[in-house]
Design a protein around this ligand. Sequence first.
Ligand code: BES
Ligand code: ZN
Length: 635
Amino acid sequence: MKQLKLLGASLLVMTFAACKDGTSGETVNPSGTINITEINQSPDKADKFTYANYGDVRMTHLDLNLDVNFDRKVLDGIATIDFERSDKNASELVLDTRKLKIESVESFDGKDWSQTSYGLSAEDDLLGQALTIPLTSTTQKVRIDYETSPEAEGLQWLSPDQTAGKEHPYMFSQGQPIHARTMAPVQDTPAVRITYSATLRTPPELIALMSADQDPNTPRDGEYSFDMPQPIPAYLLAFAVGDIDFKAINDHIGVYSESYILDASAEEFSETPQMEVANEELYGPYLWGRYDLIVLPPSFPFGGMENPRLSFLTPTLVAGDKSLTNVVAHELAHSWSGNLVTNATWRDAWLNEGFTSYVENRVMEKLYGERRAIMEQALDMDGLKRALGEASRPELTHLKMPEDITHPDDAFTLVSYIKGANFLFFLEDRFGREHFDPFLKKYFDAYAFKSVTTEDFLNYMSENIRNRFPDAVTDAEINAWVYGPGLPETARDPKSDAFAQVSKIQGDWFGGKLAAGDINTSDWSTHEWLHFINSMPAGLSSKQMEELDGAFSFTGTSNAETAFAWYMQAIKNNYDPATPAIENFLMTVGRGKFIYRLYAALNDNGKGDWAKDVYGAARAGYHPIAQRRIDAILK
Ligand code: BES
Ligand code: ZN
């Protein structure tokens, strides 16, 4: 098939240039309003991480008809795309692709399909290649015969011996932020929403799942069809295929996983229905039909991913005591903040993650009470302060990320999550819960199934709550949070009595007043343990590390959060008895939050050579996203 190279590297330059002009409206003016123009008309809505010409032509529906080919580690088949023109004269549709092999492109004029030429721009390492398809005035749909690459960053292909069951292969996807384009040709920007349908063919003994409607009782026959009738951004397109079983939690909530961890997962997450109720009481009905969880293999690089109707989770959450279920509260909360109301660009990621971290904590408070909610706030605040100290430049500590971030991942630090959540805590305190809760509910309703910018939110706030309480917050206070660095002085200080108690005991231990073995820890939760470990002063002696480990058996503990916290101390304090356990952890856990910092700490503490050896053995089992990150850390 001949392939017209219509466009070269110049396309990249043009795309960036088109977004650069006059970025205005980045501060709240003295009257508290910002001029909002329609989405995509305003330069600050422009997403520089897409090639798509979504201001002129937008995809509206994606249909996938794919073979899931485990032998070749590819998805292979046809993507059919419906679109809408906002520019009536638009003469091309530009899609994002990365490492896709395009076999042919056809267009449909209402009667017939016919082959069409297309252009593929030169490959950019991060953004991939623009696929430009010419449109005539009669073109109604296009379809693309393509296959993915075995190296697709958004897909991990596991061989049978990399699974718990050891008998069948497994594949799962990760679309956020810009990996959907490694799975299918799409307009891969959160500013564009699509409905989708899909048919997947798999080996008949496997089950296929997607971020769409699916029947938990579907027979295993190797052909699975899905519908996602609600418009979602491309980053929420998701697949999981493997020897996967299902267990119901209630009539519309359940868990999928390999069988070894299914019962434990259903038990660990048995409070998901109450979380859903708590969320609905605050912000209105759950609008997505079923809500299922899937516990993935340990190489899943995140704690959780909010794929609609089917949150993806790491097995490290299955601690046996429900101590880490805030991640489920978080992914569920994205059903309002993120999936319903979506950040229009990755510079606005705090609208997804900060709002969600806030809602997560509100739900945890409703279910488990203030004591636990404040402990979680305090742990988060410690993490934020560390992250603020490590930021490479002050602009990366603004909520609105600077225009020149080089990768969307730059927007997914604790700044977006925890500074973002704390901005909302601040607003809640100033307006009062009784006013702020209904305001947020109205915001989710007003922008349901839409993509919004930071400025849209600030304007909405001006017009829907600040107007009623003009003295509650000042423009200067808001600007400090959104467009200013660090932690504003108006931040809430989460004061945990439980942690104060732990700190006092820790002080007694340091002062020699109390032996570690005599500390009464019988009612400590994981949170207290994390505070105890994380708040140790720098420079513990081997003797002190040994005493702690002897009393509490931290090394090798099965709670992944506690283990991680302890291993960070072990690395910083050169506590060698933990080395085999750290190696085992790195060989068996692929969750980025843990392993990126462990590798970096090893590297920074004179153990870089050992870290490289371990990584050499572990790398093949890690997800491509984690491989790229750790390659950079250890390079
Ligand atoms: N959407 C994120 C996961 C993500 C982040 C994907 C960045 C791609 C890029 C998800 O909702 C998330 O935030 N997960 C957290 C858990 C949460 C409780 C902070 C995680 O993975 O640890
Ligand atoms: Zn999140």
